[in-house]
Design a protein around this ligand. Structure first.
Ligand code: AMP
Ligand code: FES
Ligand code: ZN
Ligand code: ZN
Length: 329
């Protein structure tokens, strides 16, 4: 039985990147330290700021919400019903239960009720990848709700694995503009609210362990529409490297934050000189509707398209195995 590096008691987790094992109490302490370092290094928020946490029902965002409350911050949740079949139904139920059990405030937006479409329908109608329609909708709704409800900052559960995978993709393409914008903080300005990623110093595995130790129930399945996307491929590639040289993934991403910091800080806000004539959201120009309003318009009145119909073969197989095939094709 391995022992905790800090106290010598029985360990519950081994963390190869720290070359050590930890008991549950010292593991939680390590996570709290990493969270607090990310928040203070990047001046994400202060104790009296009102934080809106975007919660998906997955391990990262539920762990983030739990950690922020645990650290004494004022954090409410925002859940968006994306209409991705049973995956969304279960994510919503788990998120609601998490909030109820802890007496936390959860705001909800159901895109079909409020905007007349869902993600599978948007993907089917536009021919775009589901993840791009989904990302566009989430970003719009995050900003809209956070600003309308007067929150100081919006926090998402992106973790070190997510950010390292995005960094890997941006580097492979040498996409300098995206590299510059890949800061864990985007300052408010030009009609956009402030956005932060407090979990950038913690890995996916650490967040799953946080949930287990803290008794948090989360949706284990990944979004069925994301199967086969590049982001997951980059994640796998980094995990292969990390399994032979533990710490590679963390030093790749954390090294980027350290060395590129002046460049990141300098450009860490989005420029949007215009505003959408329909919804008022910040946009590239004021002449035409923003990308979200155009998506609402394109999908308007369209018959609902079931999830299975817009999945590729591999995703469909997984979807059937996880959720059954009763949703038609
Ligand atoms: P993803 O884009 O699915 O990797 O999720 C990244 C982050 O976006 C999550 O950690 C959450 O903070 C947020 N998020 C994802 N899906 C939802 C959702 N349905 N409702 C609210 N926030 C979400
Ligand atoms: Fe957005 Fe899956 S959660 S496409
Ligand atoms: Zn210990
Ligand atoms: Zn608009």
């Amino acid at each position: 039985m391995s022992k905790c590096r800090s106290c010598g008691e029985a360990a519950v987790i081994d963390l190869p990147r720290h070359n050590a094992n930890f008991c549950s109490e010292h593991f939680l302490q390590l996570c709290r330290r990493q969270l607090s370092k990310a928040i203070s290094d990047f001046e994400m928020f202060m104790t009296d700021d009102r934080i809106l946490v975007a919660v998906s029902g997955g391990k990262d965002s539920l762990a983030l919400w739990d950690m922020l409350i645990d650290a004494g911050f004022q954090a409410d949740g925002l859940y968006i019903g994306l209409g991705i079949g049973d995956y969304s139904t279960e994510s919503g139920a788990i998120t609601r239960r998490f909030a109820q059990e802890r007496g936390l405030k959860l705001l909800e937006v159901d895109i079909r009720n409020e905007h007349g479409f869902d993600i599978p329908t948007a993907a089917g109608v536009t021919g775009r990848s589901p993840c791009s329609a989904c990302g566009l909708s989430k970003r719009h709704i995050f900003d809209d709700v956070a600003q309308r409800e007067g929150y100081d900052v919006l926090a998402t559960g992106h973790n070190l694995d997510d950010e390292a995978a995005v960094l890997f993709g941006n580097t492979l393409r040498w996409d300098v503009e995206y590299l510059r914008r890949q800061a864990p903080v985007l300052q408010a300005g030009n009609g956009f609210g402030k956005k932060v990623k407090p979990l950038v110093r913690l890995t996916e595995r650490e967040m799953a362990a946080w949930c287990v130790v803290r008794g948090i129930d989360y949706v284990v399945e990944e979004c069925p529409m994301a199967v086969g996307n590049k982001h997951l491929l980059y994640k796998d590639a980094l995990n292969v490297l990390d399994s032979t040289s533990p710490g590679t993934k963390a030093s790749f991403y954390l090294g980027f934050l350290d060395r590129m910091r002046p460049l990141l800080e300098h450009s860490a806000s989005i420029t949007a000189p215009g505003s959408c004539p329909r919804c008022g959201a910040a946009a590239a120009t004021s002449d035409e509707a923003c990308a979200f309003c155009r998506l609402v318009e394109t999908t308007s009145g369209h018959e609902q398209i079931p999830v299975r119909m817009v999945l590729n073969k591999k995703a469909r197989k997984l979807f059937d195995a996880q959720w059954g095939s009763q949703h038609g094709d």
